[in-house]
Ligand binder design. Structure first.
Ligand SMILES: Cc1cc2nc3c(=O)[nH]c(=O)nc-3n(C[C@H](O)[C@H](O)[C@H](O)COP(=O)(O)OP(=O)(O)OC[C@H]3O[C@@H](n4cnc5c(N)ncnc54)[C@H](O)[C@@H]3O)c2cc1C
Length: 474
């Protein structure tokens, strides 16, 4: 049993904490190792902030719970342990004509992590978030019981787990539905759009016709050109549509990244000049006119370089993602974008899209409206800008995404998630002693009465080297 404190971080590498990190090998091992004094599960550490950190306490690594427990090829129903990653599922099932039903923008995420954040993908307006493909899950509770949760059994636990940030119990395994596909390729169109209004119009129009849509907004465009960018839309390609060169290997899977950022780069590497250059390359790449694209580029353009987060340097970065309702959303989106591009920060990679209706989970992030996610390297003033944005998002009736967040405080979180008291009642029912706890939970008030800012602050920004978040095959 490893007991030495290990410094862990989220993907943004901004919040860091010394934790007792242990890796569980089997579901039984999870129960044996679980520290009743305070513990949190960790998948592949792809959340940007602190949901999988527990300063001074236990963090249970789940990635070795990676066994398949059953598969029905007729229905596409897969039962697997919670540490199975989407990358693993793609490698093993895409050659057989199946793909994850819902996928975020990286395949290096576990099923447990996808449930805890109720992750969404480019087709949220059609498919909803991860809960829609989960039939059931087995959850280890704080009192040692393992319960089966589904829409009909322990339904309160089932729904509250989506967006529940691992704070109700450890998901040991889940039964999920995979998507039947004919090919590993997408029919794709890229559309250059000149302004924010035109972009929101284009998104609305294309969302009626394509299940997958996402826009990149030029973070250097101002005034009348604010919001200009490239909208990419697409759908699964059928075998009969592919040219012979692709049809030969229509279910080809990609391997692990061949490139890796070896060290945290010096901050000087990221400056307005270098970012403008990368922005130009990105726009050129996104506007490519090839009609078919492999899933790797279509869904996971960032996965081709392992540990790319190190490019942001020692201070790390954060991703600010929010969703605001459609009503009056255009005006609010313009104001928020203006605040971002006119700030003295270095806004960079970003994604704009429309979301469909919200899910039953009280803390599930997606809701009908516009969502925008944008990376900021951490600099002095980043926190102040995000606080300003939080207020604008709240005024617009929106909320931020905990899977990306590293800054929001308990009062703001409560205001953005009005169903928090309902979720806390479910937490009190299944984990009355607050065994499941994390730095995020203390920061935003997901563990009643334990918001301990001093402890969180003391544990972060330590200076010893960060243990890498164990990317697959990197
Ligand atoms: C490049 C990139 C692109 C991304 N794109 C998107 C996107 O498009 N849409 C989106 O929604 N998200 C996106 N994300 C965020 C990512 O999908 C989520 O943060 C996801 O939850 C990470 O999964 P993980 O296995 O790494 O979990 P971790 O980050 O390790 O943990 C996340 C949460 O899951 C909990 N958890 C993990 N395993 C278990 C378990 N077995 N039982 C209970 N709780 C558990 C942890 O306690 C924690 O609260 C992106 C992240 C990156 C780095």
């Amino acid at each position: 049993m490893t007991q030495t404190p290990t410094q862990l971080s989220g993907w943004g590498a901004y919040l860091r904490a010394l934790c007792r990190y242990e890796t569980a090998e089997t579901p039984e091992d999870v129960a044996v190792r679980l520290d009743l004094g305070g513990s949190i599960a960790r998948g592949l550490g792809r959340s940007y902030g602190d949901p999988a950190l527990n300063a001074g306490g236990q963090v249970l690594g789940m990635q070795r719970l990676d066994r398949y427990l059953g598969f029905d090829a007729a229905s596409g129903i897969l039962e697997c342990e919670a540490g199975v990653s989407l990358s693993q599922i793609i490698s093993d099932f895409t050659p057989r004509g199946f793909f994850p039903m819902i996928t975020p923008g990286t395949r290096y995420v576990t099923i447990g992590g996808c449930i805890a954040n109720d992750v969404h993908g480019k087709a949220h307006h059609v498919d909803g978030s991860f809960n829609t493909c989960v039939e059931s899950m087995r959850v280890l509770l704080a009192d040692g019981r393992v319960v089966h949760a589904s829409r009909s059994e322990h339904a309160d636990l089932f729904w509250a787990s989506f967006g529940g940030m691992g704070l109700l119990g450890v998901v040991l395994s889940a039964t999920i539905r995979l998507r039947k596909i004919e090919t590993a390729y997408f029919r794709k169109r890229s559309i250059k759009v000149a302004s924010l209004d035109a972009m929101l119009d284009a998104l609305e129009e294309n969302d009626q016709r394509f299940p997958y849509s996402v826009a990149y907004v030029d973070p250097f465009a101002r005034a009348a050109r604010l919001g200009r960018g490239i909208l990419t839309v697409g759908d699964h390609a059928r075998l009969s549509e592919l040219p012979p060169s692709l049809a030969k290997q229509h279910l080809a899977v990609s391997g692990d990244p061949k490139w890796k950022v070896p060290i945290e780069l010096p901050e000087i590497t990221l400056n307005p000049l270098s970012m403008r250059a990368v922005n130009e390359v990105l726009k050129w790449k996104l506007s490519g006119s090839a009609p078919f694209e492999h899933y790797e580029m279509f869904f996971y353009p960032l996965d081709w370089v392992a540990e790319w987060n190190r490019a942001y340097g020692r201070r790390g970065f954060t991703q600010y993602q929010f969703v605001i309702p459609f009503e009056d959303g255009r005006r609010s989106m313009r104001e928020i974008l203006e605040a971002i591009v006119s700030s003295d920060q270095l806004p960079f990679l970003n994604v704009l899209k429309r979301m469909g209706p919200e899910a039953p989970g009280q803390l599930s992030f997606p809701r009908a409206g516009y969502t925008f996610a944008i990376d900021f390297p951490i600099r002095s003033g980043t926190g102040e800008l995000l606080q300003r944005l939080d207020r604008m998002v709240l005024d617009a009736g929106g909320r931020i995404y905990l899977g990306k967040d590293a800054f929001v405080d308990a009062a703001m979180f409560r205001a953005m998630y009005p169903r928090l008291p309902e979720w806390l009642a479910i937490k009190a029912k299944y984990d009355p002693g607050n065994v499941f706890v994390s730095d995020l939970a203390r920061r935003v008030g997901l563990v009643p009465g334990t918001v301990d800012a001093a402890r969180v602050r003391a544990s972060t920004r330590a200076t010893n080297p960060v243990r890498a978040p164990e990317p697959l095959g990197a």
